[in-house]
Design a protein around this ligand. Structure first.
Ligand code: ADP
Ligand code: MG
Length: 227
C-alpha cells in the first residue's frame, strides 16, 4: 500500500535548515496497524504529513498504491489525499458550529458529490457508537466523543489508509483505551492504520512500532497480537 525509499525532508528557512527526515525507508501493507514513536522533534508529524500528501519532500521516493507521489502536481495531490487518506488529529479538528453529522459529511463536499449523502454519514456515526449524538455540536460532546466523530469523518470516503497524529493526546487514559479499542476494531475489519504516539501503552495496540530518532528510523518491532 505504502512504499517509502530513502526519503529525506529538509525545512529550509533561509539561514536555518532543519533536516527533519533522513533516508527513511519503510513499507506499510494493506491491513497493517503501525505506530510511529519518538521523542518531540524526532520527525513523527513530518513523516505523517508526507504520508498524508499534506507536505512535500526533497529526495527519495514515496509510492501510495503504486502512484509515485513526488511527481504529482498540487491538484492531483489533493485528489489523492481526499480519496485515499483519512486524518485523525490530536485536537479533533472539528468545525465548532457544525453538528456531528455535518462534520462527518464534510469530506463528501470535496468529492463534489451533487447530493451529500447524510445517510452514509449517519451510518458512520452509528459505527463509532454515536448514533444518539448526530445533532450535537462539538461543545456538547466529550473529548472521546469528539474523537469518535473525527474517526467517523476519516472513514467516510473509505480511504485506503487512516493516519492519526497523537489521537489520544488530549484524552484521559480510560477514554484513550476506548478509542484504541475502536482503532483495533477498525483494523480487524481491514482498515490500514498509521498512528503517531509518544506513549508506549498506546503503541502497544499496534501490530508494529517504528521508532524515530533525529529524523531516522532506529528500531522497528512487530507484535503478534493487539494489546
Ligand atoms: P515530532 O512530531 O516528532 O515532534 P516534527 O516532525 O514536528 O517532530 O519536527 C521534526 C523537526 O522538524 C523538528 O526539528 C522541528 O523543529 C522541525 N519542523 C517541523 N515542522 C517545521 C516547519 N513547518 N518549519 C520548520 N521546521 C519544522
Ligand atoms: Mg508532532
Amino acid at each position: 500500500m505504502i512504499s517509502m525509499h530513502q526519503l529525506t525532508k529538509v525545512y529550509d528557512m533561509g539561514d536555518l535548515r532543519v533536516t527533519a527526515l533522513k533516508n527513511i525507508s519503510f513499507e506499510v501493507a494493506a491491513g497493517d496497524f503501525v505506530a510511529i514513536m519518538g521523542s518531540s522533534g524526532s520527525g513523527k508529524s513530518t513523516l505523517l504529513n508526507i504520508l498524508g500528501c499534506l507536505d512535500r519532500f526533497d529526495s527519495g521516493s514515496y509510492r501510495l498504491k503504486g502512484t509515485e507521489v513526488h511527481r504529482r502536481g498540487d491538484d492531483e495531490l489533493a485528489t489523492i489525499r481526499n480519496r485515499e487518506i483519512g486524518f485523525v488529529f490530536q485536537n479533533f479538528n472539528l468545525l465548532p458550529r457544525k453538528t456531528a453529522l455535518q462534520n462527518v459529511a464534510l469530506p463528501l463536499l470535496y468529492r463534489r458529490e451533487r447530493q451529500i449523502d447524510l445517510q452514509r454519514a449517519a451510518s458512520m456515526l452509528r459505527r463509532v457508537g454515536l448514533g444518539d449524538r448526530m445533532h450535537h455540536r462539538p461543545m456538547e460532546l466529550s473529548g472521546g466523543q469528539c474523537q469518535r466523530v473525527a474517526i467517523a469523518r476519516a472513514l467516510i470516503n473509505e480511504p485506503a489508509i487512516i493516519l492519526a497524529d497523537e489521537p489520544t493526546g488530549n484524552l484521559d487514559s480510560t477514554t484513550s483505551a476506548d478509542i484504541m479499542a475502536l482503532f483495533v476494531e477498525l483494523n480487524e475489519a481491514g482498515h490500514t492504520l498509521v498512528m503517531v504516539t509518544h506513549e508506549e501503552e498506546i503503541a502497544a495496540y499496534a501490530s508494529r512500532t517504528v521508532r524515530l530518532k533525529d529524523g531516522e528510523i532506529f528500531a522497528e518491532e512487530h507484535r503478534q497480537t493487539h494489546a
